[in-house]
Design a protein around this ligand. Structure first.
Ligand SMILES: C[S@@+](CC[C@H](N)C(=O)[O-])C[C@H]1O[C@@H](n2cnc3c(N)ncnc32)[C@H](O)[C@@H]1O
Length: 251
């Protein structure tokens, strides 16, 4: 979602409903929902669990949601309790969590926050069964026009690069009351498209597809078709890659 449309809310039921809606676009960008019937699925960075519900509704036998936010996971566990044993939600570090292995791994809008990126994504991939499909779709990347994730809500592209981390930290403090030391402390890993691509190549997986700036219709499609060729040029790639969609298959 474009940062200019971001509405900051702490209401987890609204966050959940928004997440539920956003899953349609997520899967559209991967070309559709993969076969899930009877599969054991991990949602890495599950937040309040909108995707977890969608995966169950799409036929998964069991879905495990993992996120480091106790606040988000607590809501998801309660909200998804009616699914019984088919849903398990963990507020935990995937590197030390014993959750078995998975037929499918999904991760939405999370990898731009994960630190240390290589170590954590390796732990995620280690939990995929041989031949398992992994879908990592995430935005907005830090150096993209609204990589500040709506802190502050502004129409000025690259506001955070022009005014620096302090502008982001000030906006976050105004919203949450919490002061972070720097952008890393606030949960932004600042990885570039090249960093992500290099990381994916280190995983024990084949890259089925790795696409950037995927949009499926509307005005964004028009913008993407105009700026797409420029965004591909090495000097602009870092600043104009908003999203990445990686489909990997575990070796
Ligand atoms: C922007 S939210 C996305 C949540 C949800 N996937 C969605 O699309 O709405 C990013 C999530 O990544 C989680 N996260 C960040 N680092 C993580 C890590 N190392 N392990 C698990 N979750 C992490 C955050 O707690 C947060 O819930």
């Amino acid at each position: 979602m474009a940062a200019t449309k971001t509405v900051r809310t702490k209401d987890r039921s609204i966050v959940f409903e928004n997440h539920l809606d956003s899953t349609f676009e997520y899967w559209r960008r991967f070309g559709g929902v993969p076969p899930l019937k009877g599969k054991r699925v991990l949602d890495f960075g599950c937040g309040t669990g909108g995707m977890v519900q969608r995966l169950i509704d799409n036929g998964a036998a069991e879905v495990v949601g993992v996120d480091i936010s106790e606040y988000a996971v607590a809501y998801g566990a309660e909200r998804l309790a009616p699914y019984g044993d088919r849903v398990k939600m963990y507020a935990a570090d995937i590197r030390t969590l014993d959750v078995g292995s998975f037929d499918v791994i999904v991760s939405q809008n999370t990898l731009e926050h994960v630190m240390p990126l290589g170590e954590v994504t390796r732990a995620v991939a280690d939990r995929a069964k041989p031949g398992a499909d992994m879908y990592f779709g995430f935005s907005p990347l830090w150096y993209s026009p609204f990589g500040h994730h709506g802190y502050p809500i502004t129409r000025l592209p690259w506001h955070h690069l022009i005014f620096g981390d302090k502008a982001v930290l000030d906006a976050m403090e105004a919203t949450s009351g919490k002061r972070y030391a720097d952008a890393f402390d606030a949960g932004f890993n600042k990885a570039t498209p090249d960093d992500f691509e290099a990381m994916f190549k280190t995983l024990p997986a084949d890259i089925v597809s790795l696409r950037r700036n995927i949009v499926t219709g509307g005005w964004k499609q028009t913008v993407a078709s105009i700026f797409g060729p420029i965004a591909d040029l090495p000097p602009f790639r870092k600043y104009m890659t908003v999203s990445m969609y990686a489909h990997l298959r575990k070796r």
